[in-house]
Design a protein around this ligand. Structure first.
Ligand code: FAD
Length: 316
């Protein structure tokens, strides 16, 4: 079933979560171990992130440097198929522009279609460590809106390959939104205009970047509605877990902590204190969002489901 169908059928806010493929070399069991504790809350869909390859340079005996491609977390498509098979729950693979030519994107979508996966979250992806800014594949997409257009095209039967007859796909397309603005955007106004362009190109719902201040989400939803974005906007929440997260999350995801949270974080002496606060804050945020009638609350597990479980227990 499509994410939008789940949202339409829901009588109260749904529970969903995102997982990361395991580090290369780990078994699929590590994924199941992360999902099993959350199944009691009846997620209608589970997102699986996509991690593109990075490049490293290794010095050879002759002194020359060899460029080597490594993918630390491969397997998004296979993991989605395994989740659907084991849990009979819909899986939402993330598909990114970075590292993909348009032809490779088309092939990836054909593979997903064959596997019966009809949901996809379409993203641009970030720059890799060796790039200062995002650089698309020479024959790829620069922005998520172009990827969404390509998916919409094959949904209407328009493929790049014209030598074989392929049936139209029926992907439900999600896209990303940023209540605190995407870090590269000139301002909130342009960011919202580009978000609207993604919806106009075929995105049927939005999942937000994590935020810790619900007011930012509510303001974002209002601003979206004002410019004519009518699709469901799913809030994304991440529980803070460690002392390191206190600086890492704002730095990496370009988000702020509200004063009430930073005041409490300053009192934390160890990871245990942060984890307890993270659960309490997550519960409070979730309660308010649920009362406001959001369509679904989406949790970023970041390979750790115990905190999400502790929050979900109080909410779903
Ligand atoms: P876009 O919508 O393309 O926007 C990127 C920037 O360009 C924005 O500043 C926007 O304002 C601007 N822009 C957009 N369109 C145009 C245009 N036509 N002209 C000029 N400027 C424009 N990354 C991964 O690598 N793998 C994942 O699995 C993953 N999952 C994610 C899930 C969620 C819910 C979210 C919120 C993010 C995720 N990301 C993931 C991170 C995401 O790839 C980055 O935030 C990336 O920098 C932007 O992606 P986007 O799809 O929002 O890009």
């Amino acid at each position: 079933m499509k994410v939008t169908e789940h949202l339409k059928a829901a009588k109260q806010p749904l529970f969903s979560f995102e997982i990361l493929p395991p580090l290369k070399g780990k078994s699929i069991q590590s994924i199941f171990d992360g999902i099993d504790p959350l199944m009691e809350f009846k997620p209608r869909f589970v997102n699986v992130t996509y991690h593109r390859e990075e490049f490293i340079y290794k010095e050879r005996e002759n002194g020359l440097l060899e460029k080597i491609a490594i993918r630390k977390r491969p397997g998004t498509v296979g993991i989605c198929a395994a989740i659907m098979n084991k849990y009979q729950v819909d899986a939402v693979p993330h598909l990114i522009c970075g590292g993909f030519s348009k032809e490779e994107t088309e092939n990836a979508l054909i593979d997903l279609h064959f596997l019966g996966i009809d949901n996809v979250l379409a993203l641009r992806g970030d720059s890799i460590k060796t790039e200062s800014t995002f650089r698309p594949h020479t024959d790829g997409h620069k922005y998520a809106v172009e990827l969404i257009s390509q998916i919409s095209d094959i949904n209407s039967g328009s493929y790049m390959m014209d030598d074989v007859q392929l049936e139209p796909t029926d992907f439900c397309i999600g896209t990303a939104g940023y209540p605190e603005k995407h870090f590269e955007a000139m301002n909130m106004t342009t960011d919202l205009q580009y978000l609207k362009a993604k919806v106009d190109a075929g995105a049927e719902y939005i999942v937000t970047q994590m935020f810790f201040d619900n007011k930012k989400y509510f303001d974002f939803v209002n601003a979206c509605r004002e410019i004519g974005i009518t699709v469901p906007i799913i809030p994304g929440l991440k529980p803070i877990k460690t002392l390191d997260h206190i600086t890492f999350l704002p730095k990496f995801f370009k988000i702020d902590y509200p004063n009430a949270l930073s005041t409490e974080l300053l009192k934390c002496k160890n990871n245990k204190d942060v984890e307890q606060l993270g659960i309490e804050w997550g519960i409070a945020q979730s309660k308010e969002l649920k009362e406001a009638g959001v369509p679904c609350i989406h949790y970023y597990t970041m390979s750790n489901s115990s905190m999400v479980k502790a929050i979900a227990k109080e909410i779903f």
